[in-house]
Ligand binder design. Structure first.
Ligand SMILES: [Zn+2]
Length: 287
């Protein structure tokens, strides 16, 4: 896709040590049990984990998950240096944030409201967030407390390698999904962490749909951002990160009651709905 350079619209903490230790082998079993649920999920997982007992997970740390993650990806280099982001990662993260800002500012102002964009933090391995410790193993997430998106850019590579969903649009879709949670937060839709599983799925699907709305508007904007094959890239990502697909990969079975993000089919439908309508008003999944 044709993304401009976002410039300095995110905080680059890559290359810094997280200032916290995730060590300790204890609790690996718990982590392994929960891993299919929290692994490489988008956004709302931060909230869900808060509800489940966030501190348990963060104190358990990254140990024990390495096998399922395919060899310890996301471990932090203990260096205290400059950015480790590639130019391409900066382009995709900065450019997609800038594009979502443009689109949502327009949508909000059409509704007579003002959009304040989320902050964004790129980090390596682990860092602090307003919602507690951020860890690469959690995948990208949005923290409503400090209104920031946290992402370890190595997740972009993981999309390609682990989830078979390469391409900058797939990566931008991940960012746009997190921005979707920020929009929900501004709309007052991110309630307590005691949401039922069904409500959580509805929130996730709405964020997918919002990502589709962004893509539709970006597509139709002047100098169309989308290129041939971009939508297919996004669909592939939406399919690859559906709960059923992740569960099948992680434990070989699918447990619908434990879905928190929706199935692959649901996520693809949500993204498609946003793409086809370009209308956030069509993105209501709660019953
Ligand atoms: Zn999400």
């Amino acid at each position: 896709m044709r993304l401009g350079d976002g410039g300095d619209n995110f905080e680059d903490r890559t290359g810094q040590s997280g200032g916290m230790s995730f060590g300790g082998g204890m609790g690996g079993g718990i982590f392994g049990l929960l891993l299919p649920l929290i692994l490489s999920r988008f956004g709302i997982v931060g909230l869900i984990i808060l509800g489940l007992g966030y501190c348990v997970l963060t104190s358990v740390g990254g140990g024990g998950g390495g096998g399922l993650l395919g060899g310890g990806s996301g471990t932090s280099p203990a260096t205290q240096g400059g950015s480790t982001m590639t130019a391409e990662q900066k382009r995709v993260l900065g450019g997609s944030l800038a594009s979502t800002e443009q689109v949502w500012s327009e949508i909000f102002s059409q509704a007579g409201a003002q959009y304040t964009p989320p902050g964004a933090v790129a980090y390596t391995g682990g860092t602090r967030s307003g919602c507690g410790a951020a860890q690469a193993t959690m995948g990208p997430f949005y923290c409503p407390t400090d209104q920031k998106i946290y992402i370890d850019p190595s997740f972009f590579d993981e999309l390609t390698r682990r989830f078979g969903a390469p391409g900058d649009f797939a990566q931008a879709y991940v960012v746009a999904h997190e921005v979707g949670h920020h929009v929900q937060n501004l709309e007052g839709k991110l309630g307590g962490a005691s949401n039922s599983n069904q409500q959580q799925v509805a929130i996730e699907l709405q964020a997918d749909c919002y990502a589709g709305v962004w893509a539709a508007r970006a597509r139709d904007a002047q100098g169309s951002l989308l290129e041939a094959g971009d939508v297919e890239e996004g669909m592939r990502a939406a399919e690859a990160i559906g709960d059923d697909t992740l569960q099948r990969q992680a434990q070989g079975v699918v447990v619908p009651d434990s879905f928190t993000h929706g199935s692959s089919a649901q996520r693809m439908e949500a993204l498609r709905r946003g793409l086809q309508t370009g209308n956030p008003g069509q993105c209501n999944y709660s019953r």
